[in-house]
Ligand binder design. Structure first.
Ligand SMILES: [Mg+2]
Length: 335
């Protein structure tokens, strides 16, 4: 009796998210006591999803290594008529730069149009707000990815890699002169951030009233696979600290990229599934924007962390990797 009540309660929560989850989609009876079901029978996911949005690092690859089985899985999804998109918060590369990475990993059939980096999101935001019509410039804290995307939309910019070694005059009476036509500051991950760039951005925002735009707020990133490294949250934090302003965030979990896709392709959000390895960006992006969400354990989030009572960000499902989309996992074979 008690057991059937738990089944009913679990299905009731699931159906409130417009899901139909058959009982055999849970990996084992013990999973019914957990807050997030593990994907074991993926057929219903295939039935209810037309569009998959994949995070890249931890889902498609880890660092510079492709995760086993991914090309085959992507091919099967395409053969099943699914639309695929690849969304990354990393702004150091443009879409063209990411296309090269996909090619180098043997995923040459992924077209640039399916790739959405936060550098592209920054450019898409400037287009949406008709920044080019103001005839103003952008000051960039960030790398080539942002600069290349700004070139593509014809918006002039300063800073970025060009200010890698710049030093302001900090002697008596010294000051930094800024270009008064700067109308926006875009802050992305920058391995060469320095005091000059911070001061330039501070003057543009505080004195010129330039808009403060952040590609993303990730606390840490995986610059190498040996440890976690300070992410773009640290660069954005420096500018927040000297301006007292909150940025407009364009990467995950902000809705900008999904709004763009909805407008451009006319997708029904309820038939889109966000797939990622991070709770605070990928899964939150899915949940905040009315998408289905699935966490994979092939990246930074462990099963223990996902299922721990302290975790408040719950995906609709989780799986070991996206290869599980095409494998029926026997209910009792996984722990
Ligand atoms: Mg990731």
């Amino acid at each position: 009796m008690r057991f059937s009540r738990i089944i009913t309660a679990t299905l009731s929560v699931a159906s409130s998210r417009a899901f139909t989850i058959p009982r055999n989609s849970f990996s084992s009876s013990t999973r019914l006591f957990q807050s997030v079901p593990k994907l074991t029978d993926p057929s219903f996911l295939m039935d209810q999803v037309d569009v998959f949005i994949f995070d890249c690092d931890g889902v498609i690859w880890r660092g510079d290594s492709l995760i086993d089985g991914i090309p085959d899985t992507l091919e099967k999804l395409r053969a099943a008529g699914k639309r695929l998109f690849f969304v990354t918060n990393n702004s150091t590369k443009s879409r063209k730069g990411y296309k090269k990475k996909f090619d180098s990993l043997g995923l040459s059939n992924v077209p640039a149009e399916e790739i959405f980096s936060s550098s592209f999101a920054a450019a898409a935001y400037l287009e949406k707000t008709q920044f080019a019509a103001t005839n103003k410039k952008v000051y960039v804290i960030g790398e080539m990815g942002i600069c290349e995307e700004l070139d593509l939309i014809g918006v002039p910019y300063l800073g970025g890699p060009a200010d890698k070694d710049s030093v302001a005059d900090m002697g008596p009476g010294g000051m930094l002169h800024v270009d008064e036509s700067v109308g926006a500051v875009v802050v992305g991950f920058d391995r060469h951030i320095n005091y000059y760039k911070i001061q330039y951005a501070q003057l543009c925002i505080n004195e010129l009233g330039a808009e403060f735009i952040a590609t993303n707020l990730d606390a840490v990133t995986h610059l190498t696979d040996a440890q976690e490294w300070a992410g773009n949250g640290s660069m954005v934090g420096a500018i927040k600290g000297c301006t007292g302003q909150e940025p407009t965030v364009v990467g995950k979990p902000s809705p900008l990229m999904i709004d763009y896709m909805e407008q451009k392709f006319g997708f029904d959000r309820s038939r889109i599934c966000m797939v990622g390895d991070r709770l605070d960006t990928d899964v939150l992006f899915g949940k905040d924007n009315g998408l289905k969400s699935l966490l994979v354990l092939s990246g930074v989030t462990s099963e223990e962390k996902l299922l721990s009572p302290e975790n408040k960000i719950k995906p609709d499902f989780y799986a070991e990797t996206i290869n599980d989309f095409f494998s029926q996992v026997p209910a009792e074979s996984k722990t």
